[in-house]
Design a protein around this ligand. Structure first.
Ligand code: FAD
Ligand code: NDP
Ligand code: EPU
Length: 304
């Protein structure tokens, strides 16, 4: 990877040159970040971003459950928030509603569990999304009829130039698995809202969601979740099945037998194998049904 960023501004957190991403990205594939930056806190991130050459690209990552990192790595700066920014707390909202404030590094399950313990209903679906709050706000993550935009009140973000701003949910321009979060902006906190509920009933709904997923999706695999968005009025998995791609392999990359909109790394796949398999599936679906599937997984970095 050719260097795009030779000098970094001062940072209280850490900055690792050629920082490995494949250690934690769900697929366990892909090249390193030119710089893997872990800020100490929001202020540290803000000062760092303000001092960083505006030409240097910045890519925030959560736990990489929706990412293919290409094998040549990611030029510029990759920001991974620290566990210190994973705090979750509860506060009263307006009109009898309750709110959950979560650091962007918090996992969806932590938010859903905190809401359950406080008797706040409506956030149960986050139980099944194995990513961070930052990833959910950016991707408008959703499941079982709800998505992040249904529960988000506002998000605090650090813009690429270092400004810290709080945006109301409607300013994020949400649609299905999409937001208008500006390029290079890092979500640092989110405020969600729910309605009063019985912890036991909320917990039962979370368990139901977990069981349903366990039955239908390959959760314990090296995967990126749904590979393609569902096209209007149809299901990506049905089209992939119809095109004969269930179980299709390229090297150690495979279309899941269990849920054929999931791709798997069976062990030693490269990101190139996984991406090429995805393109092969898209081509087969186009040939069979005329429909062009759109990638849901975010593909980042450069090819080797
Ligand atoms: C087994 C499995 C099941 C899944 N089920 C679902 C599901 O039901 N519904 C669903 O919607 N998704 C699902 N996913 C996909 C994934 O979990 C979600 O997209 C999740 O929101 C990604 O979060 P992350 O923290 O891992 O983000 P990453 O994968 O690290 O990043 C995804 C995108 O978000 C951006 N991003 C991450 N953090 C930040 C931040 N702090 N600020 C700004 N941008 C950020 C990244 O730049 C990238 O564009 C599943 C994935 C797996 C592996
Ligand atoms: N090896 C494999 O083949 C597979 C591995 N996995 C991994 O398993 C994990 C799923 O675990 P699950 O039980 O669902 O969720 P958990 O919340 O238990 O774990 C999430 C993982 O991310 C780490 N993590 C979360 N936030 C941060 C952060 N801000 N900074 C550093 N590390 C962080 C956790 O570290 P810690 O443990 O220190 O809390 C943990 O390793 C995923 O991370 C996934 O990559 C999934 C499928 C297959
Ligand atoms: C996993 C993701 O989100 C998922 C989310 O978890 C689920 C649940 O709400 O609904 C969407 O999947 P989906 O439309 O494929 O629905 P699923 O619930 O997974 O499957 C629907 C039904 O089809 C069945 N099914 C699915 C795949 C398959 O190969 N065979 C099969 O029979 C399942 O058993 C289930 O009964 C989201 N995917 C998209 C692209 O919108 C993700 O975005 O990464």
């Amino acid at each position: 990877m050719s260097a795009v960023c030779t000098a970094l501004p001062p940072l209280r957190g850490s900055a690792e040159h050629e920082g490995k991403l494949a250690d934690f990205i769900w697929f366990r594939t892909g090249g390193p970040a030119e710089w893997l930056v872990r800020p100490a806190d929001v202020r540290d991130l803000s000062v760092f971003m303000a001092g960083l050459d505006p030409e240097t690209p910045v890519l925030p990552v959560g736990v990489g459950s929706n990412l293919i990192v290409r094998d040549g790595g990611v030029p510029g700066v990759v920001v991974r928030l620290p566990k210190a920014m994973a705090k979750v707390s509860v506060e009263p909202g307006t009109k009898g509603l309750w709110r959950v404030r979560a650091g962007a590094a918090a996992m969806g399950i932590s938010v859903a569990s905190a809401a359950r313990d406080a008797g706040i209903a409506g956030l149960e679906f986050l139980r099944g999304i194995p990513g961070t709050v930052g990833g959910a706000v950016r991707m408008n993550a959703g499941a079982y009829g709800r998505d992040a935009s249904d529960i988000l009140v506002e998000a605090t973000i650090v813009l690429r130039d270092g400004r810290i701003e709080t945006w109301a949910a409607k300013e994020l321009g949400y649609s299905y698995r999409h937001s208008l979060l500006p390029r290079g902006a890092v979500v640092v906190e989110a405020l969600f809202e729910g309605v009063p509920g019985e912890p036991a009933a909320i917990g039962a709904e979370m368990d139901r969601i977990a069981a349903e997923r366990e039955a239908s999706q390959p959760l314990r695999s090296r995967t990126g979740g749904s590979t393609f968005k569902n096209p209007p009025f149809d299901k990506a998995w049905r089209l992939i099945d119809e095109a004969g791609c269930r179980g299709l392999r390229r090297g150690d990359a495979q279309v899941s037998e269990k849920h054929c909109n999931f791709l798997l790394n069976l062990g030693s796949a490269t990101s190139a194998d996984i991406e090429a398999l995805g393109e092969e599936v898209r081509a087969a679906v186009k040939a069979k049904s005329g429909i062009e599937l759109e990638w849901e997984i975010q593909r980042v970095g450069v090819v080797k």
